[in-house]
Design a protein around this ligand. Structure first.
Ligand code: PLP
Length: 376
């Protein structure tokens, strides 16, 4: 490695969420939990008009995001009967950027470790490692993916030099699709105020389950949301944090001044303005998820979990001795047949797509599994 590069980076690999994914029409990209639906053409036209007539490409973007923050606050308040304002919001180049800002604002310089419960969203640990921040992991139940709260509490009390400063949870969790339980929420509420609790609600629009109404009473909680999933704007990279104005002020100090391109700000504003049009497909996607879950669960070789999001997690039943290797083969065969899914933590995470994509998922998975079915 180059002699001027930090030696701990040697162990890390660049983040490539979907190897083999491309823009080919014949591939079902069900590995990154995007919406299967593009922005409707009338909204694209509106954005194209904005680009043509309003945006000055020679000018830097709005560095304060004031209008977007105000509109996001309105949207958040609709869902939770809260009094969130722009002072409670920080906007990032995807919520990924905010995750990194959180880590920089809390733990960098040997000031803190983070706690995650695996399997969960890998970005928290990956970004922490790139910043030299220690990651403490506890397990989830292999039956229902609830966090091992005894182990988590133990990690909080035992971890030193540096102590745990941030706990990251996803609500509902990725890859497993389960929402936080009452016990988990009670445990998060019990954490002392010197520990930041980050609750990532990337899939809120699918779960309709949010902790936002608790934020007023909890200055050490931060909620993350994104426009990348239900709002169909993954290409534009817009995410946001909701929290106490002092946490928000710290995040604002750390973010890059012009972190969001003007066109992305415009896209997020259009999406919020037309939220009903964009979000009205969600009941259909949920109905598709229910149907796909049911159909997959019929297969004798599969264990399939209920999900509160727009993806489904499954594993091979444990009576197959080499189930992990088999899963690798199945994943490869799915990819060869044109269905991209995530192979993660000994299971497959499959995004709910259009009805046609979901039918192909079933067919391709059935074909990949057929050698496993005992011949009668
Ligand atoms: C998809 C996803 C995000 C969104 O990231 P962006 O950077 O906003 O695209 C954040 N958290 C979780 C758990 C996700 O699955």
């Amino acid at each position: 490695m180059l002699p001027f590069i930090r030696s701990d980076l040697d162990k890390l690999r660049a983040y490539k969420p979907h190897p083999g994914s491309n823009t080919s029409q014949s591939i079902d990209r069900l590995d990154t939990n995007e919406s299967p639906y593009n922005l409707p053409s009338e909204l694209k036209q509106k954005l194209a008009w904005t680009y043509q007539e309003v945006i000055e490409s020679n000018r830097y973007p709005d560095a304060g995001h004031d209008e977007l923050k105000a509109k996001i606050a309105e949207y958040v308040n609709q869902s939770a009967h809260t009094n969130i304002t722009g002072a409670n919001i920080s906007v990032g180049n995807g919520s990924d950027e905010i995750i990194r800002s959180v880590l920089i604002a809390t733990c960098v310089g040997n000031e803190g470790s983070i706690l995650v419960a695996n399997p969960t969203f890998g970005v928290y640990a990956i970004f922490a490692q790139t910043l030299g921040i220690p990651v403490v992991s506890v397990e989830r139940s292999p039956i229902n993916f609830e966090m091992d709260l005894a182990a988590a509490q133990n990690a909080i009390t035992q971890t030193q030099h540096p102590a745990i400063r941030v706990v990251f949870v996803v609500h509902p969790n990725s890859p497993t699709g389960n929402a936080l339980t009452t016990d988990e929420l009670v445990w998060l509420q019990s954490l002392p105020e010197h520990i930041l609790v980050v609750i990532d609600e990337a899939y809120f629009e699918f779960s309709q389950n949010t902790v936002v109404s608790q934020l007023a009473a909890r200055p050490n909680w931060l909620v993350l949301r994104t426009f990348s999933k239900a709002f169909r704007l993954a290409a534009h990279r817009v995410g946001y944090a909701i929290g106490h104005p002092e946490i928000i002020a710290a995040l604002e100090k750390i973010r890059l001044p012009y972190n969001l391109p003007t066109f992305s700000i415009a896209a997020a504003l259009v999406a919020l303005q037309h939220q009903q049009l964009l979000l009205n497909v969600i009941p259909h996607l949920i109905a598709e998820r229910v149907k796909l879950t049911h159909n997959l669960a019929q297969h004798p070789s599969l264990q399939v979990w209920e999900s509160a999001a727009n993806f489904i997690y499954l594993r091979l039943k444990t009576d197959f001795p080499q189930s992990v290797d088999l899963l690798h083969l199945i994943h490869e065969q799915l990819q060869a047949s044109g269905t991209l899914v995530r192979h993660i933590s000994g299971g497959l995470r499959i995004t709910v797509g259009s009805p046609e994509e979901n039918q192909r998922t079933l067919n391709h998975l059935q074909a990949a599994l057929s050698p496993l079915i005992p011949i009668s």
